[in-house]
Design a protein around this ligand. Structure first.
Ligand code: WQD
Length: 343
């Protein structure tokens, strides 16, 4: 069976994708420098799958050691590139670290793919490239205009997509599938892997589950004066396991030689927009825990509302994110309880 190189494979989305790949019979080698994840994730993957992925503790920016990985695993047939820094606020404070890390790692990966004749890459991108779509482009599909990034993090995603397109244009045998994620949430149903945010979570769901677990006093809802039905922001919250399955579909598509274009782009969302307050209300219903929350001012850089039109991914990839939000939120809570030793 083909071997897949997964960079960032001990991370949140990467680890769930490794599980799905291995359950489909693929051999996987994870490359991760553990800068934003930990080695115990490999134990969780092994417990779920029944075998351990190969693992190389390497920084994707390190050409010499990445070269060693490609040489050591000559059966690599595709790369899924997750490894990147992804904290929006941090990218505003440290832009050069983001440009060096997120752009440099992709350039290194692509250079080595060409040297070692690895023809396929799946790239982890984000709906952040769309910025705030105008009403005419909601739900947002792949033809929606790319808008000027609101953060260096978002800009690195846009530049990465351009790097991939230019490299494919110059190398006819290279194929790429770019996956634009909406808002990944939840955890594996086994509660053996899940999101492990460092420090105080920026993202909504881990902050909600940590509040429910008593680690945080209350949730701050960043604004309820938006032009939305309940005034809070709307997002397309997609179950991380559904998202992982889309990556397997993308790899299968390329290994089967099906892509009609050298670069294909897919929006990975549910097609359902939910507000912050709807997520909060549903979590309280599912968990039975009353979360204290306070409406505070808007968070700088937040867009008001975005959700996906997933039609292209549904039809071309044969993939659909249809896990009910109640089950997704339950999986997030089960994972938090497991992390904190709560029955
Ligand atoms: C969702 C909503 C907040 C925390 C970011 C990145 C995006 C992607 C996903 C990587 C917003 C509100 C949040 C809190 C709140 N990351 N919120 N209180 O900002 O949509 O997307 O993460 O690819 O690129 O931009 O996700 O979870 O931070 O926020 O009210 O304590 O929840 O204002 O409306 P976001 P988020």
């Amino acid at each position: 069976m083909a071997r897949i190189l997964v960079t960032g494979g001990t991370g949140y989305i990467g680890s769930h994708t490794v599980v799905c790949l291995m359950q489909q019979g693929y051999d996987v080698v994870i490359v991760d420098n553990l800068s934003n994840s930990n080695i115990e994730v490999l134990d969780g993957i092994e417990k779920i799958v029944g075998r351990r992925p190969d693992f190389e503790n390497v920084n994707c920016n390190d050409y010499v050691n990445m070269e060693r990985v490609f040489t050591q695993y000559p059966d690599i047939q595709a790369v899924i590139h997750f490894a990147a820094s992804k904290a929006v606020g941090e990218s505003v404070e440290q832009p050069l670290m983001y440009y060096r890390n997120n752009l440099g790692s992709l350039v290194t990966i692509l250079e080595l793919m060409l040297v070692h004749n690895v023809p396929h890459i799946v790239f982890s991108s984000s709906c952040t490239v769309y910025g705030q779509p105008d009403k005419a482009h909601l739900p947002v599909d792949e033809t929606a205009p790319i808008q000027k990034a609101l953060s260096p993090y978002g800009n690195t995603k846009q530049i990465n997509e351009e790097i991939i397109c230019d490299t494919c244009h110059a190398n006819a045998n290279l194929h790429a599938i770019i996956l634009r994620y909406f808002n990944p949430i939840g955890a594996h149903p086994s509660a053996l892997i899940g999101e492990l945010p460092n420090g105080v979570p920026n993202n909504l769901l881990p902050f909600v589950t940590q509040t429910a677990a008593g680690l945080r006093d209350k949730l701050r809802v960043f604004g309820n004066d938006y032009n939305t039905p309940d005034g809070s922001c709307i997002r397309d919250y997609i179950y991380v396991v559904d998202l992982a399955k889309a990556h397997v579909k993308a790899v299968e598509r390329m290994l089967a030689g099906l892509p009609t274009d050298q670069v294909e782009v897919f929006n990975l969302g549910t097609g359902r927009g939910l507000s912050v307050l709807e997520i909060l209300r549903t979590f309280i219903k599912v968990s039975g825990i009353h979360i204290k929350y306070e409406i505070v001012g808007r968070r700088e850089g937040d867009i008001e509302q975005v959700w996906a039109n997933p039609k292209k991914a549904n039809e071309v990839l044969g993939w659909k994110a249809d896990t009910p939000i109640e089950d997704v939120l339950r999986s997030a809570w089960n994972w938090e309880k497991k992390l904190r030793g709560i029955e």
